[in-house]
Each structure stands twice: as C-alpha cells, then as structure tokens.
Design a protein around this ligand. Structure first.
Ligand code: BG6
Length: 493
C-alpha cells in the first residue's frame, strides 16, 4: 500500500526461526520479496533458535525448504544474494542473559550493516511464550524506540475477550500500540484487499451497497484439510476461535464497512471497529437460532476415504470441539438494517473454496412473467481462493428468434491479469517493513471481535452437542446449516 515510502535498512529478528511457520511462510516470503527488489537495501534476518547451529547449516536448511515452499524457483544467483543476509543466533527464550547477548548482537549489526536501530521482531512462537519474550524485551530495552522497533505477532490473540485484554495490557507494557503488528493473514490475501478497491474505487456499486438493494451476504471459507498434526491446538480452539473470530469477521468488516475518508491506517481500522460494534450480540437463549456447530465424521474427500475428527490422532474420542460453524449476523446500523450476513467455515468440506456472495434483492415486478420466465437473482461473487475472481451474475437474452432469458456471468479474473500473485505473507511483511499498520489488527478490533463471539462461545462450552459427529467428511457441513439460511427463504450459494 505505501508504495512511496522508502524501506529503511532493517534487522529482522525471528523468534522461533526453526519452526514450521518460518520455514513454510516467512523465509519464502522474504525470499520472494528479495527477488522482487522489495527488501530494504540493507537488511539482515537474524534467526533465533534454541540449539547450537552454524549460519551455513541453517542456511542449507532454509534453502531445502524454499525449494518446497517458495512460489518461485530457487535459482543459484538469487539464493547466493539472499542467503548472505541470513544469520543464525543461539538464543534461549526464557533466559535474560540471552536477551542481553541479543542486544549486543543487534548493536553490532547496526555498526557493521548500517541498520541504524531499525528492528522488526517476529514472534513465530507458541502463544504461551509471548509474555516471557515481551517481558525480557522490555527489561533489556531491546525495542525501546517506538519509531524504529516493531513487533509482529501471530494469532491467537487470547482465547476470549478477557484474555485478549490481558494480552493487550501485557504487550502495552513493552510496546506502544503503533509498534504492534497483529497478523491476520486473510487481510494479506490479494482478493480480500481487492474488496477495498472494488467498493471504493468504483462509482457503480456503492449506491447499491446497502439494505435497500442487497438481500443477503454470504461468506464461506471451506477447507478440504482436517486438523492434520495440530490436534493439541485445535482441541482447545475449534472453528469459532480459529476462523470466525478473526478471518471471517475481518472479511465481513471489509464487505460492510462505511467508506473511509482516506487510506490512513487509523481511518480504515476505525471503520472496521464500527462494524464490529454494530454486530447485534446474540443472547444466550438465541444461540441455537443464530448459530450452528458441526464436527466431521468419516467420509470421502476428493475420492479419498477420510476418518472422522474423533479418530484423528490426539483428539478425544468424545470430543466436543466444533470443526464447522455457520452463523447469521445482523448489523444494527443505517446501511445494513435487517440484512442477514451468513458466515460459515469448516474443515474436511467438499472442496477448498473461500468466497463472498452478495445477493441483490429481486425485482419488484417481473416483466417476463407472462412467458413464465423465472429471473435468477443478481449476484456478485468474490472468489477469494483458490480461484481469484469477481463475477457478476445477471439475466440476458438467449441468442435466437424468441425472447428467452438465461443467467450469465461477467468475470474479472485476477489470474488473467497476473498469474504470479504474491502470497499473503509477502504483502504483510512488506507492509510491516514499510511501517504501515492498515492490514494489521489493532487491540480494540481484537477485543471487539471477541465480544461478538462471547455468548456463542460460552453457550457451546457449557453444552455438549450430542449430535456430533453431524456431517460427513467431504460434504458441505451439517443439515442444520442449510436450515439456518432456508428459514429465511435463502440458500447457500
Ligand atoms: C489459520 C487456521 O489461521 O488459517 C487454520 O489456524 C486454517 O486452521 C488456516 O487452516 C486457513 O488459511 P488458508 O490461507 O489456507 O485459507
């Protein structure tokens, strides 16, 4: 976004650099930014790990993983240039002395590489280490310059509103809010960012973008994958916390927010908080009416037989954790009065597909009713992944001598424009290097999003769902999810 801001020479410090996220996402993102010439002129990546290791060994490990996870091929020339910026540093997360040594190391880097104290700390670690690390960072004054030091943290940002407030308080003791970059990787996805351009860069859609013309909005994030190797985490989390509280609510904000006055990060983030505040809170006795939970049983995904969630390694045989959620939200504001926003997400679904559907209201009168022609609803479909396109569905005349109508589509295809789209992490890391907070979550956004979840979360924790497992792997979720939208004469698209 901040195309014209100059990238300052920076040292990037990765806590947990030997972990999964670093190898799958962070190093590939930095590598691709490097190839694109989007890394600062002077930069170092200081990879922190518990074990003793050499730069050379660690670089080889990164190279091997780049070969699997980088979207671009690893060439000898690019790798030779990139690898020289990676340094390994043995560091114990829980030992104060380690931070003192890190401080010395960083000061040394500033002298040798001219990084002038600009530091970007990436906490790619389990959430229980955030408090230890931020405490030591504060005590050793490693990140005490709010203009030069930034910290990136990954979700989960707490597990409910109270713990999110606690986490925010803790972070605020070591950092100013402007230094904290909370990642929600959906905000880095090309098609999600395109919602802003689409809505606010055109004059034709915004006049229709309200309850007078829109019948309903649907947001689906369906995954084919199951819980994989993350059962320990997922058993404590479930789909509501893992996906709805963050990714789906953020998409909902992008679709429904008021036009920002400018692209200032505070302006956009304020508009999103307005949306979250306007979401009607669901009272405990209405949770069943507005929200549906599901858990997959055995089934077949893409022709491959799959076991049920309760049979996955590390999952309790009577687990009450939801792997599917569908919710109907209402926004109590002028623009969206009485327009249902249906959101759903699930694991082991029929196919991987994330998309938004804006369904327009039917015409007040069907001019073609005499010839018994049904008019399909006008829809705008924004495909987030794996397809990345925007489709407008409308009625047109079938070519021929009679006046017959059929539904057609007008498509903007992202791939046709550019088949080499950056990964979400590339976008987000570049924004963090540029110091632009727009695509990151502010503390009040996180807290408000938890507040939206509160009653559903508490009700589901208290009551066991005796229907689990209630959908087959490879399906579109439990039957109740259809009932949720059909009650109002709608259908999942
Ligand atoms: C993560 C969740 O935030 O998003 C995972 O923890 C989920 O459970 C993932 O699979 C989905 O991301 P993407 O980019 O693959 O849609």
């Amino acid at each position: 976004m901040s195309e014209h801001t100059i990238l300052q020479p920076t040292t990037i410090v990765i806590f947990g650099a030997t972990g999964d996220l670093a190898k799958r996402k962070l190093f590939p993102a930095f590598y691709n930014l490097y190839i694109d010439g989007r890394m600062p002129k002077g930069f170092n990546i200081l990879a922190l790990g518990r074990a003793e290791n050499t730069d050379e060994n660690f670089r080889n490990h990164i190279k091997e993983n780049l070969e699997s996870f980088s979207r671009r091929k690893v060439t000898l020339e690019d790798w030779a240039g990139f690898q020289a910026h990676i340094k390994y540093f043995q560091h114990q997360l829980d030992e104060e002395n380690s931070y003192k040594n890190l401080y010395q190391k960083l000061e040394g880097f500033d002298k040798v590489y001219g990084t002038r104290g600009n530091r970007l700390f990436y906490l790619s670690i389990a959430p229980n280490f955030v408090s230890v690390i931020s405490g030591h960072i504060k005590n050793t004054s490693i990140a005490s310059n709010p203009k030069k030091d930034r910290i990136i943290i990954e979700k989960p940002f707490g597990h409910d509103k109270a713990s999110a407030i606690e986490l925010n308080d803790l972070l605020s003791q070591a950092f100013e809010e402007e230094q904290i970059y909370r990642i929600d990787h959906y905000l880095g996805k090309e098609t999600v960012q395109n919602i802003l351009a689409f809505r606010f860069g055109n004059s034709i859609f915004e006049p229709l973008w309200n309850h007078r013309h829109i019948e309903s909005v649907q947001i689906t994030v369906a995954e084919e994958v199951g819980v994989e190797t993350r059962a320990a985490f997922y058993e404590q989390t479930g789909a509501l916390r893992d996906m709805i509280q963050n990714h789906l609510l953020q998409i909902l904000c992008m679709v429904s927010m008021e036009p920002p006055v400018s692209l200032e990060s505070s302006e956009i983030r304020d508009r999103k908080v307005d949306v979250l505040k306007s979401i009607r809170r669901i009272s405990p006795d209405k949770v069943d009416h507005y929200a549906v939970r599901g858990q997959y049983g055995k089934g077949t995904v893409n022709g491959v037989p799959e076991k049920g969630y309760r049979q996955e390694e590390g999952v309790a045989p009577d687990s009450n954790t939801e792997t599917f959620v569908a919710i109907k939200f209402y926004l109590d504001n002028e623009r969206w009065q009485n327009t249902p926003f249906y959101v759903r997400t699930g694991k082991k679904m029929k196919e991987k597909h994330s998309y938004i559907t804006i369904q327009f209201k039917p015409l007040p009168h069907n001019t073609f009713s005499e010839s018994s022609q049904l008019l399909s609803a006008n829809r705008l479909i924004i495909n987030i992944q794996p397809q990345m396109d925007i489709r407008l569905q409308f009625m047109a005349k079938k070519p021929g001598l009679s006046l017959e109508l059929k539904p057609v589509e007008m498509i903007f295809d992202n791939f046709a424009c550019q088949n080499d789209t950056p990964e979400a992490y590339e976008t987000l890391l570049l924004e963090a290097l540029l110091g632009d907070l727009t695509l990151f979550m502010r503390s009040d956004q996180v807290e408000e999003a938890w507040d939206v979840m509160k009653t559903i979360q508490e009700t589901w924790e208290k009551t066991k769902d005796s229907s689990f497992p209630n959908y087959e792997a490879g399906s579109w979720g439990p039957e109740d999810s259809n009932a949720l939208v059909e009650r109002q004469g709608h259908k999942w698209v």
